[in-house]
Every structure is written in C-alpha cells, then in structure tokens.
Design a protein around this ligand. Structure first.
Ligand code: GLN
Length: 248
C-alpha cells in the first residue's frame, strides 16, 4: 500500500512537470524577425534602446494574431536574406523591396507599403535632377535596391557602399559623396535631422515592400499573409503607417 501511494505521488509529480513543460513551450514560442534598425520610420532604436517603427509594430500585430512572442534581431541589411535562408530568423521585415532577383532566394509575403528611391543632395549641389547623376559619386546602403540600380545605371566605380543609411548620409555631409540614393521615408528623416540637405523632387524608382520568408517555410508564409490581410481589413496597417508617416 505504502509503495502504491509512493508511485501515485511520483506519477502526480511527473504529470505536473510534463504539463508545465507543455505550457512553458507554448508561452515562449517565438517568432524571430530580422531587420536593420537604421531605417526610420520603418525601424529605428528609441531612446530606451528598443527597436520601434512601422515594421516593428506590424510584426508585433502579426505575432499577436499568430499567438507567438516577437523577438527582433538587428543586423546589417545585406545579411538579412542569408539569415532567412539559414533559418536564424523566421522572416525579415526591413522596408525590403520585392525584386525578381531576391525572389530567387526567398519568398515574399503580400506587400504592405510602397517606397520610392529618391536622391539626397546638399542644398547648394549642382545636382538638380536625377539626370545629373552621371559622373557623380553616389552613396548607397550595401545590398539595397538603391545600390543595385545605381551600380547598373552609373557603374560600380561611381557607387560608394555604406553599411547603413546613417553612414551614407554622414559621408554626404563630409563631402565624400555627392549624393545619397535611398528610400523616401528614411530620406525625409535624415534630411530633417541634418541641416543643409534636401531631397530632389524627381523620383528615381517606385517599389513595393514585403516580408521575406524562407522558401522552406510555406506554413509561415500562409499564416503571415492571413494575418496581414486581417490587419489590413481591420485598418490596423493604415493606423500604424499613419502614426509614423503623418499625412502631408
Ligand atoms: N527598400 C530598399 C531595399 O529593399 C532598402 C531597404 C533598407 O535599407 N532597409 O533594398
């Protein structure tokens, strides 16, 4: 009898341990996003050191719908696609443009925003329109569409790569480059934060942003698109975008 009670007690403890393990893993199931937090207002670091912005909030809303806990990893923009492919992140949300070339290595979710490649110059620059870029030193962020288009159009010798937009803009201020080609919303932020810089009115290229997901993770692609669709219908995506990009 005594032995039987002991076994019962042991079994009860085992059950507790097992059920706790189950609830624990459910609570902590993570959705890992990769981004380059130097791309305001899509992603940047706030005064408290948190990564915030449009992409961070959209990802949080998607994670909530999927019942997962969001974790954000900050990395260089040109490391994101490899990280998606290797599985070290579940998806990249980084104001990333959908391109045919990138589609060869990753899948893209439905798009959630549009971007425009624009040109930042000094107020007194001789560059007045996109047509004046020939023969000028152009600063870009490594691996971005700005980098790819400018290298194609003006040649590698004319394009100077920087690890992020902030460094490219710093190089423009120091006179190391004659202009910076970057997405319009970060451009507006950088121009606002740096006196003496302006954005050319002529736009360079228009594009769509989407999340990059591994070609091996069709389940996440479907879940992500479903959540995104619901968030669009609920007006949540517009709400998040309008919060960071006030209507002009
Ligand atoms: N939209 C650009 C691209 O996809 C830049 C994105 C970024 O720098 N975060 O290449």
């Amino acid at each position: 009898m005594k032995k039987f009670t002991k076994i019962l007690a042991l079994l009860a403890v085992l059950c507790l341990v097992l059920s706790c393990a189950a609830c624990g893993s459910k609570d902590t199931e993570k959705l890992v996003m990769g981004t380059n937090a130097s791309f305001p207002p899509y992603e940047f670091t706030d005064d408290a050191g948190n990564i915030v912005g449009i992409d961070a909030e959209i990802a949080a809303a998607v994670a909530e719908k999927l019942g997962k806990e969001l974790e954000i990893k900050d990395m260089d923009f040109d490391s994101l696609l490899t990280a998606v492919q290797s599985g070290s992140i579940d998806f990249a949300l980084a104001g990333m443009t959908v391109t045919d070339e990138r589609k060869e290595t990753v899948d893209f979710s439905d798009t959630y925003a549009t971007g425009v490649q624009v040109v930042i110059v000094s107020e007194n620059s001789a560059i007045k329109t996109v047509d004046d870029l020939q023969g000028k030193k152009i600063g870009v962020q490594t691996g971005t569409t700005g980098d790819i288009y400018c290298t194609d159009d003006y040649g590698q010798d004319m394009v100077k790569q920087y690890q992020n937009g902030a460094l490219a803009v710093a190089a423009l201020k120091n006179g190391q480059v004659d202009c910076v080609v970057i997405d319009n919303e970060p451009a507006k932020n950088y121009v606002k934060a740096n006196e003496g810089l302006i954005i050319l009115e002529t736009e360079y290229v228009k594009e769509d942003y989407a999340a990059a997901i591994s070609k091996d993770n069709n389940e996440l692609l479907e879940d992500f698109n479903k959540a995104l669709k619901e968030l669009k219908e609920e007006g949540k995506i517009d709400e998040i975008i309008n919060k960071y990009i006030p209507a002009e």
